[in-house]
Ligand binder design. Structure first.
Ligand SMILES: C[S@@+](CC[C@H](N)C(=O)[O-])C[C@H]1O[C@@H](n2cnc3c(N)ncnc32)[C@H](O)[C@@H]1O
Length: 205
């Protein structure tokens, strides 16, 4: 049932920028996990709805999610990207240049949690897509960096349905713990959207 719905949502999703398509092909061919077009459109929508100007990404890969944010914010936006792999930085800037994106991009190579600790807020949106075992730590990192009314968006909180299993590996346990902590945290009001692999959308209150 879930796969059927997912396939349908892909079918109704309009076509997009050819460079984004190219980035999707690269992900398919290399088994690189990107948020994909269903979540990409959602990020675009959230950037417009919050009138975002400053966005922080924890785990940017080669820039697919940042590309969607940039399409929404255009020249008014500033995106701080982080990733542990410096090859992703080169690849991201190559795509951005070819697409003529107008936002300002800053790409910091290193552990996103360590980088975030040194940043000054406020950000309008923080996208969280790092290694899943690191998820529980990101709540206390994100809360002071977000403005009130800003969004803390986290990918993969359904984890291919494994969060529902009785027997869970350590990665799944970390995601479940993260979700439990986030729902209970009085600094946020959280909902989970079951698109693609599930995204937690936490409003900073
Ligand atoms: C799922 S991919 C992110 C994709 C990106 N958000 C997108 O959809 O286009 C996760 C990325 O986060 C990076 N990563 C994982 N854990 C990290 C950490 N603790 N600090 C920095 N980067 C991390 C990986 O190198 C990988 O490129």
């Amino acid at each position: 049932m879930f796969q059927k719905v997912h396939k349908y949502l892909h079918q109704v999703t309009p076509d997009r920028d050819p460079v984004l398509r190219e980035m999707e092909t690269y992900a398919d061919e290399n088994g690189f996990p990107i948020i994909g077009p269903l979540v990409g459109r959602f990020l675009y929508q959230m950037a417009i709805a919050t009138k975002a100007r400053r966005i922080l990404e924890l785990g940017s890969g080669y820039g697919y999610s940042a590309f969607w944010f940039s399409l929404a914010m255009k020249s008014k936006g500033h995106i701080t990207m982080t990733d542990g792999d410096k090859a992703n930085k080169r690849r991201a800037f190559d795509y951005f240049k070819r697409a003529g994106l107008q936002s300002q991009f800053e790409f910091r190579v290193g552990d996103a949690r360590r980088v975030a600790k040194k940043l000054d807020g406020p950000f309008d949106i923080i996208l969280n897509d790092i290694d899943k075992q690191g998820y529980p730590d990101t709540i206390d990192l994100a809360a002071p960096l977000l403005r009130k009314g800003g969004l803390f968006i986290t990918d993969n909180v359904i984890w291919d349905g494994k969060v529902c299993d009785r027997k869970q590996d350590d990665t799944t346990k970390a995601i479940v713990e993260f979700t439990r902590l986030l729902y209970q945290d009085s600094r946020f009001f959280t909902s989970i959207m079951p698109i693609r692999d599930g995204i937690a959308v936490a409003l900073r209150v």
